[in-house]
Design a protein around this ligand. Structure first.
Ligand code: LMR
Length: 334
């Protein structure tokens, strides 16, 4: 009898160990934007590729629109291992202690996606991702969103139009300096709080690529949009380093491959998705869209370019110069 129950116990135990061995590795991927955005689509694409390539040994759970965590919380959650993957905007790494990413926030730093890719796809981009290691975070890739424009409830054609406006920003000192250079009052808010803050007048305006503006319905509470494209917003896809290094080597390789494919996809769709969002905002008829003249855009550049020098001590002069060198940007040439 004793032997029988021992044998049954052994069989049950073996089965549960086998079942456990077949349990997929779950990767929670949390982000703050809508599914129908460049980042939302890229995260879904990564999920599909990762699950295909690992033949189901990995399951990716994507949590969009701050359903799991807001901006600041998600960084903390990644560090303690409560989530395994994020793709925060490059403007949000200051609180983690890696201020250098704020170099991407410098106004008018990148003329277009090609100039930007020289950095994100090159050695400077890799060097910045490697700085995350010391924080227990591994940087996997850069995903594009696009170029930001200003919105508010008044027309904005010159820097003077910004005087006294309360402008929501992401948690970046460079963005704070940029808004101050325009005479406005910057206020850091989590992305999930922006719509309501605009609606209730807690802030007057903000800056975002159009895909973010449209999918959060900000255009419904912002009467004016000026297509300044004065700065870049993109993402670093990151994971918990201990988790990543602890994965079986074959799975890590498959996930690396899935990430490479998802990155190509992300950076292919971003521009077009922002153009589509702009069309949708136009069609809604809720927001007056203004395209600044070349002279007006230059005036914005002149008003904000001093932020590059102001931020040298925070970001590093060498880093700023190495990016000028990659892209051919000359702050003296306006
Ligand atoms: C923002 O907070 O405005 C953006 O970083 C949101 C995002 O992830 O694109």
């Amino acid at each position: 009898m004793k032997f029988r129950s021992f044998a049954i116990g052994l069989v049950v135990g073996t089965f549960s160990i086998m079942a456990l061995a077949q349990q997929p590795i779950v990767i929670k991927f949390s982000h703050v934007v809508a599914n129908d955005t460049p980042k939302g689509h890229a995260a879904e694409y990564f999920k599909k590729k990762a699950e295909e390539l690992t033949k189901g040994r990995v399951k990716i759970e994507v949590y969009a629109n701050s359903t799991l965590y807001k901006d600041k919380e998600e960084m903390e959650a990644l560090q303690i291992g409560a989530v395994q993957m994020l793709a925060p905007s490059l403007a949000k790494f200051g609180p983690l202690g890696v201020k250098e990413f704020e170099v991407f926030d410098l106004p008018f730093m990148f003329d277009n996606y090609d100039a930007l890719h020289k950095v994100t796809q090159g050695p400077v981009g890799r060097m910045l991702l490697d700085k995350l290691d010391a924080k227990g975070v591994k940087g996997l890739a850069y995903w594009d969103n696009g170029f930001k424009s200003f919105s508010a409830n008044k027309p904005m054609q010159t820097p003077a139009d910004f005087k006294g406006l309360k402008m929501r920003i992401q948690s970046s000192k460079v963005l704070e300096a940029q808004m101050r250079a325009l005479g406005s009052l910057p206020q850091v808010l989590a992305f999930s709080e922006v719509y309501q803050a605009l609606q209730t007048g807690v802030v007057d305006g903000t800056e975002n690529p159009i895909s973010n503006l449209y999918t959060q319905k900000m255009h419904e509470v912002q009467k004016n949009l000026t297509l300044t494209e004065h700065g870049y917003l993109g993402y670093a896809v990151i994971t918990n380093k201990k988790f990543w290094d602890g994965l079986p080597a074959d799975i890590r390789k498959q996930l690396d491959d899935a990430m490479e494919q998802a990155t190509r996809y992300a950076n292919q769709i971003a521009k077009q998705e922002n153009e589509q969002s702009l069309e949708a905002v136009k069609k809604s008829g809720k927001t007056q869209i203004y395209t600044p003249t070349a002279a007006e855009r230059t005036a914005f550049k002149k008003a904000t370019i001093k932020v590059h020098a102001e931020m040298e001590s925070r970001i590093g002069k060498d880093l700023i110069n190495s990016i000028y060198k990659e892209t051919g940007f000359d702050p003296a040439k306006l």
